[in-house]
Design a protein around this ligand. Structure first.
Ligand code: MN3
Length: 244
């Protein structure tokens, strides 16, 4: 590395560390942290967005992404870490922790769910500047056809789930223990991994955030338009990685 690059890299590394709170230093979404690799207790951290904050435009605007990721998701991570500490709760993974939480453990439920749901959401969206996104392939395409008949049917039903969720929550594509796909929605920051809480449980493959904070700046009360926009951004290759 030449001197100029060295200085640039060092400055970026320094600024990156100096400007972020300690819980924001992290690995990209979906990757195991060093701690998890070593079998130690899971510790929450805010994953970086896998693309620039303005990369999902024109479907999702930059300001919404900055606030949604930095403030909302960042807040869930910080409060989840504090709630785990207070409850002295340990688990080897985020999924394992969510399965243990019950309905009365409100801080763990809301912030643990908030963290899981958002890291999945960022990871399963992909910039779409051309207006065309690669369609599901292979096992995922087969699973969609087997469970819903077609991708169009799946999206139409998912949109219904998203629009019929009253107030804040999420609409999900999940895989059940029988390996079949199903749809559901959950209130607030609940999700289908919460075995003691959710009505339908399974492995989330993709979830759409229907809290107003996810779309209000761009779409105001037009949730349906926002849902259509998110459908243009689904990263099906990444969704397929969630299949069990
Ligand atoms: Mn949100």
């Amino acid at each position: 590395m030449n001197k100029r690059n060295f200085l640039k890299t060092s400055a970026t590394a320094f600024l990156g560390t100096a400007l972020l709170p300690h819980w924001a230093c992290n690995s990209p979404a979906g990757e195991k942290t060093e701690q998890e690799e070593q079998g130690a207790a899971y510790s929450p951290s805010l994953p970086e967005l896998p693309y620039a904050a303005d990369a999902l435009m024109p479907y999702i605007d930059k300001e919404t992404m900055l606030i949604h990721h930095g403030k909302h998701h960042g807040g869930y991570v910080k409060k989840f870490a504090a709630a785990l500490e207070e409850a002295q709760l340990k688990g080897e993974s985020l999924e394992a922790l969510l399965a243990q939480i019950d309905g009365e453990q409100k801080a763990l439920r809301n912030n643990g769910g908030g963290h899981y749901n958002h890291q999945l959401f960022w990871r399963t969206l992909k910039p779409n500047s051309s207006g065309e996104q690669p369609l599901p392939q292979g096992d995922l395409a087969q699973a969609i056809e087997g469970s819903f008949g077609s991708l169009e049917n799946l999206l139409e039903a998912l949109k219904k789930e998203a629009l019929s969720r009253f107030g804040s929550g999420w609409a999900w594509i999940c895989q059940g223990e029988d390996k079949k796909l199903f749809l559901c929605s959950t209130p607030n920051q609940d999700n289908p991994l919460m075995k003691k809480i959710a009505e339908k449980t399974g492995k989330p493959l993709f979830g759409i955030d229907v809290w107003e904070h996810a779309y209000y700046l761009n779409y105001q009360n037009r949730r349906a338009d926002y849902v259509d926009a998110v459908f243009k951004l689904i990263h099906w290759e990444e969704v397929a990685k969630n299949l069990g």
